[in-house]
Design a protein around this ligand. Structure first.
Ligand SMILES: Cc1cc2nc3c(=O)[nH]c(=O)nc-3n(C[C@H](O)[C@H](O)[C@H](O)COP(=O)(O)OP(=O)(O)OC[C@H]3O[C@@H](n4cnc5c(N)ncnc54)[C@H](O)[C@@H]3O)c2cc1C
Length: 303
């Protein structure tokens, strides 16, 4: 019998399994998919390009400690994520910044907007949309409304299937306008990609004599919670050690206590026979199209 059962071989489960293994615990890791890595799993497409199967992932953190931990499991290279959005037929940087203003407004309007933003905010400060829309200067309020309508509204409706009035103010506040030319998507001090890909990182995290990984194993088939008697059953026997569960807990409990508002994305993959398809790894389509974005994975990697 093992000491610890971990469900899910994504980042949470894999790191927890490793931590337990390193303090001498025997770990059984159950994963229902046919691979490790959770949502960060990637594999090569038929054309030889490494593709993130569940959507694009970039590693970013302000924590040296987290990055030092991950460095034990592979080499990383610097990658600063930049996103473009197609607004009024033009590709402009997202988050909206001075370059986006230059591209979408007349020269005179752009100078006025940049001057008033520079007067009010420190260089490259990320200012929330609500702050802009409530600003005392009318030009700034108009800019805030413009970004809300052109960048946020339709994208959010498409991505999350909800209208603006159903979205929490704090969520809208997370969409900033940058008071400067910093066009990076993230501002974290550490922004990296793994040289050999995320899947290899996971393989190394789980490569420990105390970890047994069972793929294609749904915990629902082998683990049972007896909540009334506070017992966990594993393959017909009571299991007294800790169980770490990193999947969707509502699904595991057969929605007995309700459904959590998880959302999912519909991803469509295509190989295109040309050197480059688009000028950035991610291009957002907030408005006219019925999809939200196109990712060209080649931009992420040094392959
Ligand atoms: C499109 C997209 C883009 C993202 N971009 C980024 C990004 O750029 N940077 C970033 O840091 N984060 C990003 N994230 C978030 C990131 O994916 C998650 O933070 C991370 O994958 C969470 O890891 P996890 O281990 O908690 O969950 P997961 O990766 O979901 O792993 C959970 C695992 O548990 C397994 N599982 C579930 N139920 C069971 C069961 N009953 N039995 C057995 N196994 C089970 C699942 O198959 C899965 O492998 C993104 C997410 C998405 C969807």
């Amino acid at each position: 019998m093992k000491d610890v059962i971990v469900v899910g071989a994504g980042f949470a489960g894999a790191v927890f399994a490793r931590e337990m293994a390193e303090i001498g615990k025997k770990v059984l890791l159950l994963e229902k998919r046919s691979h490790i890595g959770g949502n960060m799993f990637e594999e090569e497409s038929p054309a030889g390009v490494r593709v993130h199967k569940y959507g694009p992932h970039i590693f970013h953190t302000n924590s040296e400690r987290v990055f030092n931990y991950l460095k034990r499991f592979g080499e990383w290279y610097k990658y600063e994520h930049r996103v473009l959005g197609r607004i009024d037929g033009k590709l402009v940087p997202i988050p909206f910044n001075f370059k986006s203003i230059d591209l979408l407004f007349s020269e005179r309007e752009a100078v006025e907007l940049k001057t008033v933003l520079s007067k009010n905010y420190a260089e490259n400060k990320r200012v929330s949309l609500f702050e802009l829309m409530e600003h005392e200067d009318e030009k700034v309020r108009v800019l805030g409304r413009f970004v809300l309508e052109k960048v946020f509204l339709n994208y959010t409706a498409k991505q999350w299937g909800v209208s603006i009035d159903k979205i929490d103010r704090s969520t809208i506040n997370r969409v900033p306008v940058v008071a400067g030319y910093d066009d990076r998507y993230f501002q974290d001090s550490i922004q990296m990609m793994p040289k050999d890909g995320f899947t290899k990182i996971f393989e190394r995290v789980l490569d420990h004599a105390n970890i047994e990984t069972r793929l294609n194993t749904n915990a629902k088939a082998v683990l049972r919670l007896d909540l009334e008697n506070e017992k966990v059953w594993f393959e017909g026997r009571v299991f007294t050690g800790p169980v770490f569960f990193s999947g969707a807990i509502d699904e595991f409990l057969d929605y007995e206590f309700g459904k959590l508002p998880y959302r999912s994305l519909n991803l469509v993959f295509e190989d295109v026979e040309q050197e480059w398809f688009q000028p950035a790894s991610v291009v957002n389509y907030p408005n006219e199209e019925d999809f939200t974005r196109i990712t060209e994975f080649k931009h992420f990697h040094t392959q």
